[in-house]
Design a protein around this ligand. Structure first.
Ligand SMILES: Cc1cc2nc3c(=O)[nH]c(=O)nc-3n(C[C@H](O)[C@H](O)[C@H](O)COP(=O)(O)OP(=O)(O)OC[C@H]3O[C@@H](n4cnc5c(N)ncnc54)[C@H](O)[C@@H]3O)c2cc1C
Length: 331
């Protein structure tokens, strides 16, 4: 996998990060509980067909994983069972799930990549085990555990099951499922447009950049949620934007609230929001816009993903604003 020299890694100043002997660093295990979480974009816009498109595996493009230097506990071709070590509630519908890794081993994931969960206890309509992708919130070189922040959906097959798990229970995990192969300084500037639990792949990229002081990439996160209480990883983002000028955080909420940064906007992402915060399309290959969220949001901003996990046509606000397909990546 893509790894930084350990000496180049730096700390995030939050209580959930812990410095390990040998300079390995664990990020974002579990911030203090907040409350609430819903998409800023109405799910009704795209309906369940859209949900299915976001959730379906289909395929993840043609990105190949980068070989790991360390010992990875995961295997991309083999389901392996991992034991749930701890559950840390985050808010009313999202919790951290911390799975144990064998001693001295890490997830070995490349950035950005996901894993897939499977449980024989959860079957789909064709009586096949349900499989869903998740992006760890712990850094790829975190030894001994792998953490996920998972939002529970009412009647959601996998999330109802995972939220019912107890420490000691086991789950099959496979990965990495490679997504976008992030490289330091490939772009001058990137923008991350996320909604709700679509934040986790963005957080993976942000951690990678934060840990590499030689990476000069400027990052703007535009993160939509229904209310302030629904913002996932808020503590991490606020800390990051305070200490590291490479990062700018912009929250979007259904209704503005007290105690939020000045850049918080009300309502959905609009052409005005994009033109205010995004690097201009004229910057060509010096920029990249990443999009991850529920189908209505992705459809409105960039057009939905295509068949079998392909990127699909670039449409929506980004196309209207003049961005080109190769300037945009949909998770
Ligand atoms: C690359 C990637 C990374 C991801 N990472 C994360 C992550 O880190 N954290 C996270 O929380 N999520 C993540 N997700 C989303 C995750 O994969 C699941 O899609 C999500 O957890 C919901 O799964 P589920 O099986 O519980 O819900 P599903 O069973 O798929 O259902 C979702 C919702 O739709 C409703 N629904 C579905 N079908 C029907 C139907 N026929 N009739 C009526 N209602 C229906 C359900 O009631 C439920 O509310 C990621 C997705 C992708 C693509």
């Amino acid at each position: 996998m893509f790894r930084l020299p350990l000496s180049a890694r730096a700390a995030l100043p939050n209580a959930s990060s812990s410095l390990r002997a040998g300079s390995r660093r664990a990020y974002a295990s579990a911030p203090p509980p907040a409350a609430g979480a819903k998409w800023a974009m109405p799910l009704s816009l795209a309906g369940l067909a859209g949900l299915g498109a976001w959730y379906s595996l289909g395929g993840f493009g043609d990105v190949k994983p980068i070989a790991t230097e360390g010992k990875s506990a995961l295997n991309k071709d083999e389901w392996r069972e991992f034991t749930l070590k701890e559950v840390k509630p985050y808010n009313h519908d999202s919790s951290f799930f911390i799975f144990e890794l064998p001693k001295g081993e890490d997830s070995g994931l490349s950035v950005a990549s996901a894993v897939v969960f499977k449980s024989d206890a959860v079957k789909d309509d064709k009586d096949k085990p349900v499989i869903r992708p998740y992006t760890p919130t712990s850094a790829p070189d975190t030894p001994g555990h792998i953490d996920f922040l998972i939002k529970k959906y009412k009647d959601g097959k996998m999330t109802e099951f995972v939220h019912g798990m107890q420490p000691g229970d086991k789950l099959s995990i496979k990965g990495p499922i490679p997504k976008f192969p992030y490289k330091a300084n490939e772009f001058e500037e990137i923008a991350l447009i996320a909604g709700g639990s679509g934040i986790t792949p963005m957080w993976q990229i942000m951690q990678q950049i934060s840990a590499d002081k030689s990476d000069k990439t400027k990052v703007t996160l535009i993160y939509s949620n229904k209310s302030q209480a629904d913002i996932l990883l808020r503590e991490e983002f606020d800390a990051l934007s305070k200490k590291d000028e490479r990062f700018k955080i912009v929250y979007g909420l259904d209704k503005k609230d007290k105690g939020l940064p000045a850049d918080t906007f009300e309502g959905y992402v609009t052409p005005e929001v994009l033109s205010k915060y995004l690097p201009a399309p004229a910057k060509a290959d010096k920029i990249k816009i990443f999009v991850c969220g529920p189908p209505p949001q992705v459809a409105a901003i960039s057009g939905g993903k295509g068949a079998k996990g392909s990127q699909g046509e670039l449409k929506g606000l980004l196309a209207d604003a003049g961005y080109q397909p190769d300037q945009v990546y949909k998770f």
